[in-house]
Write a protein that binds this ligand. Sequence first.
Ligand SMILES: NC(=O)C[C@H](N)C(=O)O
Length: 483
Amino acid sequence: MSSFPRINIPKVLEAQAKYNMFTCVRPVAMHIENPHSLLNMKLCAIKDNICGIPEPTTCGSKMLKNYRSPFKATVLDMLENYGTVIVGKTNMDEFGMGSTNTNSAFGPVYNPSFDKTQKKLSKYTLSELQDNEETYDFPKHIAGGSSGGSAAAVASNVVDFALGTDTGGSVRLPASYCGVVGFKPTYGRLSRWGVIQYAQSFDTVGILARDVDTSKLVFDYLNEFDEKDPTSLLPPLRKRIDELAESRNKGLQKLRIGIPKQLNLDVDSKVRESWIKLISQLFEQDHDIYPVDLPSIEHSIPSYYTLVPSEAASNLARYDGIRYGYRSESDSKDDVLFAPTRDQGFGEEVKRRVLIGNFNLSHEAYISHYLKAQNLRHQIKLDFDKVFRFPNVLTSSQPTSEGMDILIAPTSLSTAPTVEEANSMTPLEVFVNDALTVPSSLAGLPTCSIPMKTPEPIGMQVIGQFGDDNLVLNASRLIQQSM
Ligand SMILES: NC(=O)C[C@H](N)C(=O)O
């Protein structure tokens, strides 16, 4: 049966006007009901690099502003079949490149949770604020990126959940800044088919929601092998993971929790305090806490920012103004159309990464940069394998009973900066901001950022071994419920 579900359009448009979280809103969402599904009638927003609704798929870029994909992403198709209502497509850093969501052709996304927090902490009463909203000019904070629109849509209560993509933290960082749950599953769990590639050996579809229960529900529905995605985890591996998890029969009463020493470096005092508070709480609840050593993760940022631009440079070579997307009208004397097309169609950050990536892949730098970064990635994976109790089904690691069930670390170095602060950051400072999220991206590990009960939103990550998504989600739920 198809129907027109009642979306509160004025509420969506009001939130859109304040926070700029959508690249397009569907005024009336036609949808097919599925009364057998727990996702039936749930409202959802989709990051605008996931192809397949009649509206364009833009990747937050001028290059694809009018691009209508002939494909429908498997994850979107599944959601529609389960009766989910797609409210709109969400704003993002162009092609997923950024941590601030200020690199979008649609303008920045603003942080709804910070907005609420500032109002709560201000000296004005609620009715004074409501009556004179424009008069009180609080500095706007960023939502974080690159799935900033998805995080803001969830934080402002206009959808039940949203899909994002996480290459090096793009689901978790905005979740942390906006005070919502951001789950990045194991690489290969959810289908990437129909998701526009940024860096294909990292890109992972992730889920943003207000609670872990909803994230788990959506994950359970989408967690299936897809033969159209060559990187989808094969059924025998999925089966092996399930068998191992069953044989371990791990309850949640006494978890072995690792605290990565190397991630203790540059976090600011508010984040550190909240981290310590959570660890003490877990200790009091009778879990075992241990410091763990992951020496190679100090090289995560250089490794990530060498490999990812290299993959991106190859992936983005297709935007040349000939096949699809933006085409320059410049009648330059050059007979090369693609140079002005790419110059005008891409934003600054994308151009920077394409240049870096092509250099890394050049004859000059391939061994000294690209291969070195691959080696570091391998070392990082090995380091993680040494600390977990659950074996890695890809590397057949031999874990010991002294291994950890999960690791806990902050998601971001600080709370969300203001838009002004973000705009004054150098590209290198923006890269460094991902220090806490890229290690598990390099190793493809399931990781969930959970909002702490702090006045300003702060997220803590639960990191698990490759394939151990259910333990990560169950432990995250335990943490969220016991706060
Ligand atoms: N896409 C992501 O996961 C965000 C990361 N900051 C990047 O620019 O690569």
